[in-house]
Design a binder for this molecule. Structure first.
Ligand code: F0G
Length: 349
């Protein structure tokens, strides 16, 4: 099978400058995994799927947007790209910058980025700078830097990122034949929910493919869009969405409202329970990526949502990104001598 670069596959539907170059790691084309057992457990009467975005080249959905943002930066003659990140954007920017032969600078909140993401950014050769502050403060710094120096900003404030990311909506419509009825997804800086809505609306205008209702889910300790005010000191186990002042917050609220959906908060305990539940289906995602299921479950239990038709959970990043959250929570694993009797005694346990 020959896989095409994402931007080439959807060229006719993307609004990108003519100078955009192809910088691809063959991203996108991720599976839509059916979860029938989990749907039954949630009350049944609907189809449930996960869009497995952790299977992108650097392990998160960011690659869809980064192929566009870095390709555009390269085409316009940029020498370097910069971003602030809770981790996944950093790893993705680093990989695509490496592919393009550009310098990459990433700012991350000190001590709050999961091991797999930091390692990725370093492996791909980015200059990683820790900021003793929040993601929101780091974003402010990179925005200012990109205005003062010839360095391209590749956070989702960059409109080309959204062009790339909306392709996930196109793929979903191809797989299902129409848009799902509900789309449940984590919300951090609010670029992805904005991009999905853009993509679904675009195809609906062309082909009457329907529109999903959006259930955006923030972590309870970092839920500015639920509280209606910025959160100064956001805190959550889902470090990917530990964001107190989402850059595209207004657009996210508008998208959710227009769709007939909403943005809700899920507690860390609910997020971790959802992560375990998905893992029990063979799908290990990082904590933030389980937020969609956490929000959906809480809404169903509270009687606020009765799913019908098809529901899609956007699982944004791979579980391998954040191994510590699992190993720290687990009991220590037993050590036995390399003897059959010891193993059998343990198994009989
Ligand atoms: N899920 C994961 C795994 C993420 O890494 C992010 C954002 C989101 C969901 C939320 O997406 O920001 O578009 O609303 N991560 C960014 C980063 C902030 O720096 O990697 P969003």
């Amino acid at each position: 099978m020959k896989i095409k670069p994402l931007l080439q596959r959807y060229q006719a539907l993307l609004d990108l400058p003519a100078h955009t170059q192809s910088v691809s790691l063959l991203e996108g084309g991720t599976p839509l995994l059916p979860l029938p057992r989990l749907a039954q457990e949630l009350g049944g009467g609907f189809e449930l799927y996960a869009k497995v975005e952790g299977l992108n080249p650097t392990g998160s959905f960011k690659d869809r947007g980064m192929t566009a943002a870095v390709g555009e930066a390269l085409g316009r003659g940029a020498q370097a790209v910069i971003c602030a990140s809770t981790g996944n954007t950093a790893a993705s920017a680093a990989a695509y910058a490496a592919r393009a032969g550009l310098r990459c600078i990433v700012l991350i909140p000190q001590g709050k980025v999961a091991a797999g993401k930091l390692a990725g950014a370093l492996a791909y050769g980015a200059q990683v700078i820790q900021v003793s502050g929040s993601f929101d403060q780091a974003l402010e710094l990179v925005v200012q830097t990109s205005q003062r120096q010839p360095i391209a900003l590749v956070n989702s404030l960059n409109p080309h990122r959204l062009q790339g990311q909306k392709t996930a909506a196109f793929e979903m419509i191809e797989d299902l034949g129409r848009a799902p009825d509900w789309l449940c997804l984590p919300v951090g800086n609010a670029g992805n929910i904005t991009a999905y809505w853009m993509g679904f609306r675009q195809v609906h205008q062309l082909h009457a493919s329907g529109l999903p209702r959006l259930l955006g889910v923030q972590a309870a300790g970092a839920a500015p869009l639920v509280h209606g005010a910025p959160v100064e000191l956001p805190e959550t186990v889902a470090t990917a969405i530990r964001i107190g002042k989402p850059a595209r917050g207004e657009q996210a609220l508008q998208a959710a409202a227009e769709s007939g959906g909403r943005i809700v908060a899920a507690s860390d305990a609910e997020i971790l329970a959802a992560q375990r539940r998905l893992a029990a289906e063979g799908l290990w995602v990082e904590p933030a990526s389980a937020a969609g299921l956490a929000g959906l479950t809480a809404e169903i239990i509270a009687g606020r949502l009765q799913p019908q038709g098809r529901v899609v959970l956007v699982c944004t990043g791979h579980g391998l990104k954040d191994p510590d959250v699992i190993t720290q929570a687990l009991p220590t694993t037993p050590v036995i001598p390399a003897e059959l009797a010891a193993l059998e005694a343990l198994l009989a346990g």
